[in-house]
Design a protein around this ligand. Structure first.
Ligand code: NDP
Length: 328
């Protein structure tokens, strides 16, 4: 019993060539699971970490953490969802890259009718990340100025808009004039091209010597020092990703030397680890989208079978905003 569907799997770690299109069987959902017929999937930088083996899961395994679709079957213990409901998710278990899949019901939210499947597939992981970063890790107040790296990316374009809506001046780093224009069009106050400019010096200049109380850094290795140098004394370094490689071998003394700094390395999973917390964060995100304060910018779409090209483009910094994998 079960449904045969197309899915992407890896049998070994490596480059985009290890992504294989396979047929898998989706079994009947267990007690607290539902089967989702997926309508759109989200690509995220974290997918590349699992592909390369930077983050590990037992092989072989599927990939992807973000998707939206229609409930096709429900387990015997499921109370709050029924067949036909529109749902979305942006977290574990791994394995979103598939036409259909089973998901634990606690990791799903119902999708408001105003939000499309594609918007949800571009918002659930990236938008909930922006939510916890700007509203929980450091609760931003209107009037503050902050530094946010990779501002034209998936999480970045949502953060630009959210910061603007809060009355916060977001200085965004980008790698090209086109990305600078895009970040500004989404609400960034200023941009810095970190491939050409000295980030900390520009932050000092833009803030008239004050620097910033918080830096959001999903780039990692290549921006670590510039991020610390952009912080005010007792400022908070939020290191939330490794797009350029992981930050390693840190001597804690550097936090003293740079001004009694704080550092956190947060994950989305720890912020949505109960159904209540997930629903509260999703409600806030959906509200921002419904009120048109946040628009999910879908920069590019690829068919599920072309996911290797999507990984190549994401890793070579060719993408902007959210990337969607489409299903026939
Ligand atoms: P993005 O769409 O932002 O893509 C990554 C961007 O990073 C690129 O577009 C590029 O922008 C920039 N970048 C800088 N240096 C490099 C490099 N050497 N190679 C590739 N890209 C580089 O990805 P996501 O929105 O999916 O994620 C952004 C970051 O946030 C990632 O590090 C991701 O892992 C992290 N993340 C963490 C979460 C958490 O809870 N901890 C949850 C979600 C995401 P540019 O060309 O402008 O430099």
């Amino acid at each position: 019993m079960g449904t045969q569907v197309k899915a992407i799997q890896i049998k070994q770690h490596g480059g985009p060539e290890v992504l294989e299109l396979v047929e898998v069987t989706v079994p009947a959902p267990q007690e607290n699971e539902v089967t989702i017929r997926q309508k759109a999937l989200g690509l995220n930088f974290i997918d590349t970490y699992f592909r390369t083996g930077l983050y590990k899961h037992d092989l072989p395994h599927g990939l992807g953490f973000e998707g939206a679709g229609i409930v096709e079957a429900v387990g015997s213990g499921v109370k709050h969802l029924k067949v036909g409901d529109r749902v979305a998710y942006g977290q574990s278990p791994i394995g979103a890259y598939a036409e259909a899949r089973n998901m634990p019901v606690n990791q799903l939210v119902k999708l408001p009718k105003q939000i499309s499947f594609e918007e949800a597939a571009g918002a659930m992981l990236k938008g909930l990340t922006a939510q916890y970063l700007l509203r929980q890790t450091y609760r931003l107040q209107g009037g503050e100025t902050i530094l946010f790296h990779a501002a034209a990316g998936g999480v970045g374009l949502i953060a630009c808009q959210w910061a603007k809506a809060l009355g916060v001046k977001l200085i965004g780093t980008v790698s090209s004039p086109e990305k600078a224009a895009l970040a500004k069009a989404h609400g960034a106050w200023e941009t810095i091209d970190y491939t050409r400019e000295d980030v900390a010096a520009r932050v000092l200049e833009l803030t008239n010597g004050a620097k910033v109380p918080v830096v959001y850094d999903g780039v990692g290795k290549s921006t670590w020092l510039a991020s610390l140098d952009s912080l005010q004394p007792r400022g908070l370094m939020v290191s939330f990703g490794n797009a350029s490689g992981p930050v390693e071998g840190v001597n804690l003394g550097i936090l003293a030397a740079k001004g009694s700094l704080y550092v956190t390395r947060p994950t989305l999973a720890a912020h949505v680890n109960t159904r209540e917390k997930l629903q509260a964060a999703a409600d806030e995100l959906f509200d921002m989208i419904k009120k048109k304060k946040i628009r999910i910018n879908i920069g590019q779409r690829y068919r599920l079978e072309d996911v290797a090209q999507a990984h190549i483009d994401l890793e070579s910094r060719k993408t902007t905003g959210a990337t969607i994998l489409t299903l026939d």
